[in-house]
Write a protein that binds this ligand. Structure first.
Ligand code: ATP
Length: 357
């Protein structure tokens, strides 16, 4: 019997609705798979915690999480607290504190879901975007002086290190190598940014030579957006900087039907620390408390978590159950133009888990 300790951080807004749904799924899997069990601990960090304690998580928060096998995260965002505080005070603190340098975002059109693209074949859109998650444009290097005066200056410096680029390229090439097409697109902007992005390209070529069986190419980020829309079947695995991949993966999620479906993993590939899995959507205060939140992004994040824990059979079982449910329009939530509620979708996936195993 393998017991996994999972940290649940619902955070804010609909995070408080989708993470309890995810917990139910993990519990059900624990009941169905004889060798598996999950011990879930809930951490009440986020906007409400900030109102009480003037910080998003306690000082020793990382220490509390360190012994966990994985983290399932909801969202951080609050209408009364500045976005940079909610982001840097919780999610980024965990990502950076645990050196989760690879952010991985699979995109596929699940059965029953309509894409805004007119795709010719099933499988025409099947991507994984690898986002550099520890430096680049979001490294936090910069400053602001003379605030409010005409001479005010503010900088955000995009910082790239050889080690940081090498490790994300190696991760991306290895991932591309594990997929059927063995194809990697290195997204860049080295025509306009002639220092760090040129180093990015050079390191891609160096690492690429270690993977002779992976076909790879460079693509400028602006051209990549058009290619994702016009020729989605020509892409497979993509690797991009923190900012570029942030934008491309929201585009990917929209092309796959809804922000409510897409999952992501913030991964420490060396497994020194727990990795963190989360739906890519935010706190969505406009629909909070109404029971309309689509929990599929969270369930798919649980699949990624199980894969990371090497529980491949359970991961496959959950993915099959998710696809069985998305195929039925009666279980589509409002973001997919349906009327189903979070709890109806959750119940349907729980029932499907019982018969897809
Ligand atoms: P944040 O500021 O925390 O990033 P946000 O509310 O600005 O959050 P998102 O939550 O990412 O942005 O999503 C934008 C909109 O998409 C939401 O306002 C909501 O209407 C819809 N949406 C997002 N996620 C879901 C979901 N899981 N189910 C249903 N609708 C969703």
């Amino acid at each position: 019997m393998k017991l996994y300790n999972i940290a649940l951080i619902p955070g804010d807004g609909i995070g408080k609705e989708v993470i309890p749904a995810g917990q139910k799924i993990l519990q059900t899997l624990g009941e169905l798979e004889p060798h598996l069990s999950f011990e879930c601990s809930v951490f009440d960090w986020g906007g409400d915690y900030y109102r009480l304690h003037h910080k998003m998580m306690p000082e020793d928060g990382l220490h509390q999480l360190k012994g966990m096998d994985a983290i399932l995260f909801g969202s951080a965002g609050d209408p009364d607290i500045a976005d940079h505080i909610t982001l840097w005070g919780l999610r980024l603190k965990i990502c950076q504190g645990f050196d989760q340098y690879a952010n991985v975002r699979p995109t596929r059109i699940l059965p029953g879901i309509d894409s805004p693209l007119k795709l010719k074949h099933d499988g025409d859109l099947d991507w994984v975007i690898v986002r550099e998650n520890s430096e680049g444009e979001y490294s936090g290097v910069g400053g602001r002086v003379h605030t409010g005066h005409p001479i005010e200056v503010a900088t955000d410096v995009s910082m790239m290190t050889r080690t940081g680029v090498q490790r994300i390229m190696r991760y991306a090439f290895r991932l591309a190598q594990s997929r059927a097409k063995k194809h990697l697109t290195v997204v860049t902007k080295s025509n306009a940014q002639r220092h760090a992005m040129v180093m990015w390209d050079e390191i891609a070529a160096e690492v690429g030579s270690e993977f002779p069986d992976v076909r790879w190419e460079k693509e400028l980020v602006d051209a990549a957006t058009a290619r994702m829309v016009n020729r989605p079947q020509t892409l497979d695995t993509m690797v991009a900087t923190n900012l570029h991949a942030d934008i491309l993966s929201d585009l990917a999620a929209a092309l796959a039907g809804s922000l409510g479906i897409a999952p992501t993993g913030n991964i420490d590939p060396e497994k020194r620390y727990p990795s963190m899995f989360e739906p890519i959507h935010g706190s969505a205060f406009d629909i909070m408390g109404k029971g309309w939140a689509n929990p599929i992004g969270t369930f798919w994040s649980c699949v990624m978590m199980l894969e990371h824990l090497n529980e491949l059979k359970a991961a496959e079982r959950l993915m099959k159950a998710i696809e069985h449910v998305t195929a039925q329009k009666q279980y589509h939530t409002r973001d997919l133009a349906g009327v189903a509620t979070t709890s109806q979708v959750t119940q349907a996936v729980i029932e499907a888990l019982g018969h897809v195993g």
